[in-house]
Design a protein around this ligand. Structure first.
Ligand code: HEC
Ligand code: HEC
Length: 199
């Protein structure tokens, strides 16, 4: 016991000194190493080359943590992410959340129908803007919708609609209302609008 203490003390001191000098750099490095694992699917710096894998650069820290927990618990359905999320501790998820939150969101270069997008803009303003502000550019309660990959958003909404994933109750209400009034064409139009926001 005594021997062990004498061995670990210098190690702790070294770590302490290094920590004082490069606390930030050390944290960022570890986060960068963790985040590297994600690049194969989510792209370098969290900007996905699509189309069914979302960009995760610029996701709000809190949302990132929530969503990783939801994957762990199966509240948000996805086989791949469910398995991946389970492999990380709370601390590691927090580090990655901070890391990705600081990276800039870059809108996906994707095709869209300009006529539908124009109609979708109106629907967005009526049903969605309240929470997804500035045409879905503001990332607050969720990630940015503007410039996110269309197939990913479509699959995610499908999972919300058919109850495979849990979603904010008020959001579900608005989405149901949109579908009731405008049908699935209305949903598709809104997604064309988000795809059209490439600046
Ligand atoms: C094998 C491919 C793959 C790898 C590797 C991967 N992901 Fe994912 N990730 C996906 C897919 C596909 C989705 C979309 C899931 C869905 O439909 O909800 C996703 C979704 C997410 C989301 C939700 C995004 C949003 O806007 O709600 C987050 C956060 C995320 N991944 C984080 C990570 C992190 C962190 C890592 C690395 C530790 C990682 N992923 C590694 C494929 C992957
Ligand atoms: C009352 C607030 C609110 C309204 C209104 C709302 N949303 Fe949401 N939305 C949220 C929240 C909160 C989330 C994060 C997911 C969760 O945890 O429930 C979200 C998530 C999403 C996502 C998934 C984002 C991602 O990165 O995975 C999409 C897509 C979406 N909303 C589209 C819409 C559309 C389309 C409308 C309009 C029909 C809408 N939302 C209206 C609050 C809202």
């Amino acid at each position: 016991m005594v021997k062990l203490k004498r061995l670990t003390l210098p190690v702790m001191l070294t770590v302490g000194v290094m920590g004082a000098g490069s606390a930030l750099a050390g944290g960022v490095d570890r986060a960068a190493i963790l985040a590297n694992t994600c690049a194969g699917c989510h792209g370098p710096d969290g900007v996905s080359t699509g189309p069914a894998t979302p960009s995760i650069a610029g996701l709000p820290e809190e949302y990132f943590i929530d969503v990783m927990k939801m994957f762990q618990e199966g509240e948000r359905r996805n086989t791949i992410m469910g398995r991946i999320a389970k492999g990380y501790t709370d601390e590691e998820i927090e580090l990655m959340a901070k890391y990705f939150a600081k990276l800039p969101h870059r809108p996906a270069a994707q095709k869209f129908d300009p006529v539908k997008a124009k109609y979708g803009k109106k629907l967005h303003e009526k049903y969605c803007e309240k929470c997804h502000e500035e045409g879905g550019r503001v990332a607050d309660s969720s990630g940015p919708l503007a410039g996110q990959w269309k197939p990913y958003l479509q699959f995610t909404l499908d999972d919300f609609i058919n109850g495979h994933s849990e979603v904010d109750k008020k959001m579900k209400k608005k989405l149901s209302k949109l579908i009731r009034k405008e049908g699935m064409d209305g949903v598709r139009a809104v997604l064309e609008y988000y795809a059209s926001e490439q600046k």
